[in-house]
Design a protein around this ligand. Structure first.
Ligand SMILES: [Zn+2]
Length: 173
């Protein structure tokens, strides 16, 4: 398994819609393992393929945050929200591509999602609370959408300027 560098906003690859996955081979399974390892190492609870520059509809997540909790790694290929609850939930979201920045985002509290696993088998499940927020945040990445796109323009611009400065500093190191 290999840790992959995570793209930092602003990056054109984080603003693009991704292509569906059509080949379910060993490479896809290996990519999924790399993404999970990269996510756990960061550490984060979700990672979408475009965040490592792979423009395909693939996300990984594990929202078990309790110390000593049993990990529940999930890999969702071609995920799609097919139902969302009217009830909304507000979470303070962050993103591995926007390190150190957080903002409150309102999303449906529950969603039903269909996807394929790494072998191509069809799956369907309901997600609630943090899992629901996470899966929606990650699917947004596949459509080139970031959590800061839900914030007020002023706040979004401020975060983007901070990230531009952060990337200049990284480049100098
Ligand atoms: Zn993110």
């Amino acid at each position: 398994m290999t840790l992959k560098p995570i793209l930092i906003h602003p990056d054109p690859r984080l603003k693009k819609a991704c292509d569906p996955v059509s080949t379910f081979d060993k490479e896809l399974a290996a990519l999924t393992d790399d993404m999970l390892e990269t996510m756990y190492d960061a550490p984060g609870i979700g990672l979408a393929a475009p965040q490592i520059g792979v423009m395909n509809r693939l996300i990984v997540m594990d929202c078990v945050k309790e110390e000593g909790g049993t990990p529940e790694p999930m890999a969702l290929v071609n995920p799609k929200v097919v139902w969302e609850s009217e009830e909304q939930n507000v979470y303070e979201e962050g993103c591995l591509s926007i390190p150190g920045q957080y903002g409150e985002v309102e999303r449906p509290k529950m969603v039903r999602v269909t996807w394929q696993d790494v072998t191509g088998a069809e799956k369907e499940q309901e997600f609630d609370a943090l899992w629901a927020t996470c899966v929606q945040h990650e699917i947004d990445h596949l459509d080139g959408k970031l959590f800061i796109d839900y914030l007020k323009p002023m706040r979004r611009q401020m975060i983007t300027r901070k990230m531009q400065k952060y990337k200049r500093e990284l480049a100098r190191e």
